[in-house]
Structure formats: C-alpha cells, structure tokens
Design a protein around this ligand. Structure first.
Ligand SMILES: Nc1ncnc2c1ncn2[C@@H]1O[C@H](COP(=O)(O)OP(=O)(O)OP(=O)(O)O)[C@@H](O)[C@H]1O
Length: 501
C-alpha cells in the first residue's frame, strides 16, 4: 500500500520473553540505551520543529547556570519592546516579514502533523482487515509529501498525495472541497499526476481578486504558450495557440475582450515580425476590435465581409495543406507561411443572428472547414461568443480549448466546457460580475478546468500595443496569399509617426 497505516484498533500481541534469569542485566542495559536514544532523538526533533522555543530555553539555561538572569531579562525586554514598536509603527512590513511567515509555517506544520486525522475526517481513510495479523482492522490514509508554499505572495500551498490501493484520484478529487474546508483554505484543487498520485493545491488567498495588469510582451513568438493572464495558483496563465482553436464564452460584460487583447498582446512580437497574421471579424461594425486595427492584416466590420474573410481563410488553409502534404505534418510559423489567427468577435452574428440564410450557411461552412482542418496547416480560429447554446454555435465541440467566463446558468458550464466540468470545480455561474476577466479554461486531454483571470488592457494600453507592434514588414515582402487591407497599414503608419513624435 502507498499510504501509512493509522489507528490500529486491537493491540499487538505481547512478545513472549525468551530471556532467562541469567541475562536480565543485558536486557536492562539494552532498555537503558533505548531510553537514551529515544530522549536524544526527541530532543533533536523538538529543537528542529520548535527552534525559537529551543533557543529561548537554551538561553534561559545558560543565564541560570552562569548567573546572567538579569542580562537575559533585559535582552528579552528589549526584543519584546522592539517587536511591539515595529508592529505599531510599520504594520505592513511586520506582517510581511514576521506575522505571515509565522502563520505559513504554523499552517504547513499543522497540515503535515494532522494529515492522517484530516483524511479520516473527510472520508479518505480506508479500513482494511488484515488477515495476517489475526483479523485486525487497520486504517490506511493517503501519503502526503513535498508540502510547500508554491506562492508565498498568493498563499498557495501544494502537496503531493499518493492515494492508497483501493482508492482512485477521483476519490480524492471528490473530497477536495471538504479537505479544503478542513484545512481552513477557501479552495482546494486536485490535479492528477499519475495513476495514484495527485498534486493538491490549497488556496489561502485569491490572486485573481485583483485586476491583472498586462504581462510583459514576449519579444519572441512562442505560440505553444502565450502569456494571457494569471492562474489561481499564482502562476502565469499560458494559453496554447499553436495547433488548436480557442472558444471564449461569457455573458455581456464578462470580459471576453480582455482575453482577446491579452492573447493579441502575447503574440504581438510575432505579429510585428511577420510570423503571425491576424484576420479579424467584428460584426458589431468594428466597435470592439477597432482600437487594435493596426495589428490586423485583414479586418472585416460587416457580416458580408466577415463571411468573405472566413472563406478566404478556408481557401488559404486548403492551399497550404496541399503544399505541406507529404513534406511536413506540423506547421512552423515563418514570414513566408505565418501562423494565421482568424479572430471572430461575437461569432453568433455570423452563424445565428444573420437573417440572410445564404450568408449564414456560407459562414457555418467556412467555420466548420477551418475548425476541422485548420490546426495542422497553422490556421487557428479564436471565436468569442455570448450565448453557448447549440443552435447558436453548433461547432463548439470542435474547439479543443474552451474559455468559459461568467455564465447565466449552471447548466451552461458543461455545455461550454464539456460534461463533468462543473463537477470538477468550474463554477462559471458563480463568478461575480465584479470580477470581469475571470474564467475557467478547459483544454481537451486535460481533466481539470483551471481558474484564471485575463490581464486587463484599457484603451490606452490597447492603443500603445497596436502602435508598437503593428506589422513592420512592407506590403511587397508579405507572403503572396495575404490580402492586405491598405487602411490597416495607414493606421500602422500613423501609429509609427505618433510613436516617434
Ligand atoms: N480582465 C479584466 N480585468 C478587469 N476588468 C475587466 C477585465 N476585462 C474586462 N473588464 C471590465 O469589464 C468591462 C466589460 O468587459 P468586456 O467589454 O471585455 O466584456 P465582454 O465580455 O467583451 O462584453 P460584450 O460581450 O458585451 O462585448 C470592461 O469595460 C472593463 O471595465
């Protein structure tokens, strides 16, 4: 078994003494040595676990034996006064340097020490009858190791848990909420790392409670891990853009725009260097995406133009796939064959809300073609949507990466992220409207949804991004397939002049 046996109910049978009356002295010596060994071991353990108390006791002993009790009293008094003054005059630094480290240490030690009992209380103990030891009932609990603060700043504690034989990581996951509450955390997550192991994360603070400022823009394109915001464990939220499609769903005001701008910020270096082209469709007459127009190689602001843009992207995709056939199965972005990001804001305007049925059919056909065949030739769809119902976007299951922001109803969570997502902790319907930009991300092939918050680009930040990262290559050196929108270049040039001014 992987864990440790706890709480043996019956007593161990007493050892039959084989000693004769002749060797009782030897037995006494052995017992005395064991006692000394136990005392030394306990003293070392106590000193290790309670260094401050040990230091005070040693100092008191030294003062008592060397007749320096008064000196010790004065030193202690000075220390206490200094701490009180520090606490009152500079509470911030006292909290950061004294109170919080002490609290973290206590919390970690308490969980480690009480782990078997905690497991018993939250139903993670497994009672087993051991036939070899005469039918004793033994209680086994999962093993806990590598318990450490993953982020001191955001109060994120992680530990590796090894479930016992007879349990699964799912058993652990279903006890996550109770385990979190039992440990005093406001949230607890379980991520499977092996057949019987999981990484358990306790959150004692919420790094997503604050607005996330735009992250540093990578100079070099890394489409497999685009920095978009922050995860709830305090780590950067890196979104894969290569060989995937991304669907962003949320009610109005949920902050879909911040995911889009953060994504554009994360690939801005690639856009500037000509390794990425963004073809954008904003069916709301350009109201949402207009401020970033200089970043887009093509920009459609009407449904008709949007549908045309999607069809052109589908043609490009087919041509590129034909060129790649037999030579390469994975697209590598280059200036001749850039990664093409087809960005559609409010995709339902093209698929469901358009009264013209022919346009609707054309849009759906082009979207379906890109969604099913675009990944390998480097044509990536990023679509934002308010209403996740199937009649609005029947293709939603073709997006391997889903970002679900605030939703109206709990039934919509599984609709967007896939079956079981709500049970796994994706509570999109509970995201408060005071936390725009917060979302749960589910990537196909990864079981657990992750809670994240996109960085927030205000209008000024968007303007600066568009000016600084507009594609710099002159139109004549662009790849043959690009249909360059001259207006976009005029904007880029204007940005350049403004930037220089
Ligand atoms: N990541 C974020 N952090 C903080 N505030 C945000 C964030 N994202 C958005 N906001 C705030 O929420 C408001 C609404 O955001 P946004 O327009 O992006 O929502 P939306 O989901 O795109 O809505 P709609 O579908 O109506 O366009 C913004 O004006 C901004 O004030």
């Amino acid at each position: 078994m992987g864990g440790r046996p706890q709480g043996v109910v019956t007593h161990q049978p007493s050892q039959q003494s084989t000693a004769t009356s002749d060797d009782w002295i030897a037995e006494l010596i052995v017992s005395l040595l064991s006692l000394v060994w136990w005392m030394v071991k306990t003293a070392v353990q106590l000193a290790w676990h309670f260094p401050l108390v040990t230091a005070v006791l040693v100092a008191a002993w030294w003062a008592y034996t060397s007749d320096h009790l008064l000196v010790l009293g004065i030193v202690v008094a000075i220390l206490v006064v200094a701490l009180v003054v520090w606490r009152l005059a500079w509470p911030g630094s006292f909290d950061r340097l004294v109170a919080q480290p002490a609290w973290r240490r206590r919390k970690r030690r308490a969980i480690r020490r009480n782990w078997p009992g905690l497991c018993e209380r939250v139903g993670l103990a497994l009672a087993v009858t051991d036939r070899r030891s005469g039918g004793q009932r033994q209680s086994w609990t999962p093993g806990l190791s590598r318990l450490r603060w993953a982020s001191r700043e955001h109060l994120v504690l992680t530990g590796r848990v090894h479930v016992v034989a007879g349990q699964t990581v799912d058993d652990l996951a279903s006890a996550a909420e109770t385990l979190g509450a039992a440990c005093g955390a406001w949230s607890c997550r379980v991520r499977k790392t092996g057949p019987r192991t999981a990484l358990v994360t306790w959150l004692y603070g919420d790094p997503l409670a604050q607005v996330v400022t735009p992250l540093p823009i990578p100079d070099v394109l890394h489409a497999a891990a685009v920095p978009v915001g922050l995860r709830e464990d305090g780590q950067p939220w890196l979104l894969r853009l290569a060989a995937t499609h991304v669907l962003i769903v949320g009610v109005t005001g949920a902050g879909k725009g911040s995911v889009v701008w953060s994504l554009l910020g994360g690939i801005a270096g690639g856009i500037r260097d000509g390794l990425v082209q963004v073809w954008a469709v904003d069916g709301k007459a350009g109201m949402e995406l207009q401020p970033g127009r200089a970043l887009f190689t093509r920009f459609a602001t009407t449904v008709e133009d949007g549908v045309q843009l999607l069809e052109d992207a589908a043609v490009l995709m087919t041509e590129r796939a034909a060129r790649m056939a037999g030579t390469s199965r994975r697209h590598e972005p280059s200036t001749r064959e850039p990664l093409l990001v087809v960005l559609v804001d409010e995709v339902a305007l093209l698929t469901a809300y358009t009264p013209d049925r022919k346009l609707r059919d054309r849009a759906e056909k082009a979207l379906a073609a890109i969604a099913t065949q675009g990944r390998a030739p480097g044509v990536v769809l990023v679509a934002a949507l308010q209403d996740p119902r199937k009649e609005v976007l029947g293709l939603r299951n073709l997006f391997p990466t889903k970002v679900a922001m605030r939703l109206d109803e709990k039934s919509q969570v599984d609709m967007v992220l896939g079956e079981g997502a709500r049970e796994s902790g994706a509570l999109c319907h509970q995201i408060p409207d005071t936390s725009p930009g917060v979302a749960y991300v589910k990537v196909d092939g990864v079981r657990e949804p992750v809670r994240v918050r996109a960085a927030y680009y205000n209008d000024q930040a968007i303007g600066e991004l568009a000016c600084a990262y507009a594609p710099s290559r002159p139109p004549e050196s662009r790849p043959v397939f690009s249909v360059v929108d001259n207006d976009a270049h005029d904007d880029a040039n204007t940005c350049g002049e403004e930037g220089a001014a």
